[in-house]
Write a protein that binds this ligand. Structure first.
Ligand code: NAP
Length: 250
């Protein structure tokens, strides 16, 4: 039996274990998926050694960026985002395994938003500048949608700060994506400062958060008639994309 895993810290909130093990059962695949909290990523070689049947693993917070120090190669999406959420482990007998990093968040976002795009959706604001925001930005570039990141501390010429987000600007950008953790966990009662009253039924507002299902950002956007969606379809689409790579390993 081959093994797959999720590493991060914490990992208890993840839905991946249930998702993949159900998939293995329903498709009659002899494989097992487990979650492993790792306190320090420098323990990764020991983890790989202790699990010789492991052929792939997902990576979650806080290791999506630091995992790159441990891999031997990575895809174009990883190069652009400087973050990975999935690694293929190639076993080579007694030699250390060869690790290749992927970023399936890019594809998860692209596949999930595509069916909702209309011809007027040509410009997008991406709130946040972390790994998820860079995955979203990469997906927009692949779809020829002009995107701009919004950050509390903009550090590229193209990035905006929240104080730049006027009603006039929001009129030009008909897609707004929340790629920050604002709206979940301890920040569940919060949303980012936008001129929400400038949103219209032409706007598509997407929150990468899926728990809660409807964040304050989405509630406010909906109250001004915008179309809204949460991150659940992205979660499923990125897991499917993982599987498209992993199915060749079982
Ligand atoms: P992250 O690195 O922790 O944070 C992303 C960015 O959010 C930060 O770089 C920061 O940008 C901004 N931010 C953080 N705290 C903030 C605050 N209090 N106020 C304003 N901005 C704040 O997270 P991530 O890994 O990129 O993930 C972002 C979100 O996407 C999370 O909620 C995660 O759960 C979700 N996600 C969902 C999926 C899915 O499949 N649906 C996949 C990946 C991620 P600045 O410092 O530049 O402002």
């Amino acid at each position: 039996m081959v093994e797959f895993a999720l590493i991060g810290n914490p990992v208890s909130h993840s839905r991946s274990v249930e998702y993949f093990n159900q998939k293995f059962i329903s498709e009659g695949i002899d494989a097992y998926y487990f979650a492993q909290a790792i306190e320090d990523l420098s323990n990764l070689p020991i983890f790989l050694c202790n699990h010789p049947a492991l052929v792939g693993f997902n990576v979650t917070s806080p290791y999506k960026q630091s995992i790159l120090r441990y891999v031997h190669s990575y895809t174009e999406e990883v190069e652009f985002t400087q973050a990975a959420n999935m690694v293929v482990v190639e076993r080579r007998g007694k030699k250390e395994p060869l690790l290749t990093a992927h970023n399936t968040d890019v594809w998860g976002f692209l596949y999930s938003i595509k069916p909702h795009l209309k011809p007027h959706h040509t410009k997008a604001l991406v709130l946040g500048s972390g790994g998820a925001a860079r995955a979203v930005s990469r997906a927009f570039k692949m779809m020829n949608i002009d995107d701009r990141m919004v950050s509390r501390t903009p550090c590229t010429a193209d990035a905006l700060s929240y104080s730049d987000l006027t009603s006039d600007l929001l009129e030009q950008y008909s897609i707004v994506v929340n790629a920050t953790p604002v709206g979940m966990g301890e920040m569940e009662h919060l949303c980012l400062p936008l001129p929400y009253e400038a949103l219209t039924p032409d706007h598509l507002c997407y929150d990468l958060i899926y728990a809660p299902q409807e964040t304050l950002f989405l509630k406010k956007a909906q109250s001004f008639g915008a179309t809204t969606m949460n991150g659940f379809s992205m979660l499923i689409a990125q897991a499917e994309e993982n599987w498209n790579v992993w199915k060749h390993l079982v």
